[in-house]
Structures are given as C-alpha cells and as structure tokens.
Design a protein around this ligand. Structure first.
Ligand code: NAD
Length: 248
C-alpha cells in the first residue's frame, strides 16, 4: 500500500499536460485528488478518468488566483489537504519586451505567482494541523536562464524559486517540505500550441534530442510526495533532458 493512501491532494491546472499526468499518478497512489483547472471540461474529464480507474477525484473549475473559490474547493475536500502541486500555468506567447504591458504581466504573475501563494494559503491550516505537508512548485528551465521572447514568463518562474526556498525554511518545523521542479521542454498543450516543429526544434537544444512526456514529470512529483522525498526540501529538480543552456 502506498504511504499516500487516503491523503488529500490539490493539483492546480490539472486538466491538461503535466498537471493531468500528476493528478492521475497521485490518484494511483491512493490520493484523493482535487482536480483544479480554469476550464471545467478539462477538470471534469481528468476527474472522470481517475474515477474510471478506481481512484478518487473531484473536479473544481475556477481561476487559481480566485481566493474565495480556492477556499471553497479546499473546504469541500472534507478534511486536511496535505499535498499541493502548484502547476497551473500559461505560456508567455513569445512576445518581445515592448509588448509585456501591465495586463500581460498581471495575468502571468496572477496565475503562476499569486495563484501558488493563494493555493498554499488555503491548504496551509490543514497541513499545520497534521504537522505534515508536501508542496511542489512547477518552475521552468526558462526561469533559470531567462527567455528572450517572454521575460514575464521567466520572471514569474524565477519568483517560484524564491517562494520554494522561503517556504521550505518557514515551514520545515511543521513537517512541511517544499520543492520545485523545473522541466525542460515537455510535450503538452502549452508547447504544442506553437506547433510540432517548434517542440521538435526546442528539444534539439537538450542532450537527449527529444521533448519530455508529462508522465516523466509526474513521476518526480510522486517521488517527492512519497517517503522517498522525506529528506528533500528547498530543492530544485531539473528533468530537462540535459539542457546545456541550464548547465548539465
Ligand atoms: P498545459 O497548457 O497542457 O496545462 C496547463 C493547464 O493549466 C491547462 O489545463 C489550463 O487550463 C490551466 N490553467 C491555465 N491558467 C489557469 C488558471 N488561471 N487557473 C487554473 N488553471 C489554469 O501546460 P503544461 O505544459 O502541462 O504546463 C504545466 C506547468 O508546467 C505550467 O506551470 C508551465 O509553465 C510549466 N512548464 C511547462 C513546460 C513545457 O514544456 N510544457 C516546461 C516548463 C514548465
């Protein structure tokens, strides 16, 4: 039996790509998953897929930045939510600096940065009560080295590294471990929106010459949340195919 059996987990942006794979992986380990996503149909599909495999999941459709909706979804879980994957995200759209206006900046930071803070605010009381918590922030290789065509994306992802380090220090005494994962290019709706060729081209930058699969990130999520991750906090994991721009 998995050590996660019966725990409650919140996966944001779980309706697609990395979040979808992680929600399915955690449910397979016995986690009751709140499948959160902005798009109702996506969340409903993933929750139904999990239940179809015999797992437990509830769909919750709202903007990750919405405080009231977040609190409501966590309260509806019926007990402490002690696993959190901050994953909801949007691409930068390949825009140059001059086009990063306040609207683009606010949407990017609201989703990735405030959204992650908002989710932790909602689940933290339960984690403290249990003196147990596992938090994973999905960062990006682009938050490590920058991105010349989406500085707001790089900035938001870099902010998540600061959160990871700060939260790891602040909550270690409560048994709450906080880590970040910075994937390289992964084959998901986000990257495929730029076309197969763009995904292929970006993958040529890494040593393995292929994009990763969402399941290859989900496996790390489970590893960090299971007891295998019990001595790991404040760390950044980089499943990126050996991305030389990050440094291998
Ligand atoms: P995806 O587009 O397949 O999935 C993202 C999901 O987040 C979507 O279902 C979307 O509806 C949801 N979402 C977007 N805004 C939201 C909001 N405000 N509230 C709630 N849900 C929202 O993308 P993905 O590639 O699986 O991305 C997941 C995470 O991984 C993101 O944070 C992304 O920045 C990060 N990431 C992706 C890659 C990659 O190559 N795909 C690389 C590094 C990091």
């Amino acid at each position: 039996m998995s050590a996660l059996e019966g725990r409650r987990g919140l996966v944001t942006g779980a309706g697609s790509g990395i979040g979808r794979a992680a929600a399915i992986e955690l449910a397979a380990a016995g986690v009751e998953v709140i499948v959160q996503d902005l798009v109702h149909e996506r969340a409903a599909e993933v929750a139904a897929t999990i239940r179809g495999k015999g797992g437990k999941a509830a769909a919750a459709a709202f903007d990750v930045a919405d405080e009231a909706a977040m609190r409501k979804a966590v309260a509806a879980a019926g007990g402490p939510v002690t696993l959190l994957l901050n994953n909801a995200g949007i691409a930068g759209g390949n825009i140059e600096f001059e086009r990063v206006d306040r609207t683009a900046y606010m949407r990017m930071f609201d989703t990735h940065v405030w959204g992650s803070l908002n989710a932790l605010h909602a689940v933290l009381p339960g984690m403290k009560a249990e003196r147990f918590g596992r938090v994973i922030n999905i960062a990006s290789n682009r938050g490590q080295v920058g991105f010349e065509r989406s500085c707001h994306y790089s900035g938001a992802k870099a902010a998540l590294l600061g959160f990871t380090k700060a939260w790891a220090r602040e909550f270690a005494g409560w048994g709450i471990l906080v880590n970040a994962i910075a994937p390289g290019v992964i084959r998901t709706g986000m990257t495929l929106a730029f076309g197969e060729q763009a995904v292929h081209d970006e993958a040529q930058l890494n040593l393995l010459k292929r994009p990763g699969a969402p399941e290859e990130i989900a496996a790390w999520v489970r590893f960090l949340m299971e007891p295998t991750g019990n001595f790991t906090t404040g760390q950044l994991l980089c499943p990126n195919g050996g991305d030389p721009i990050v440094g291998v």
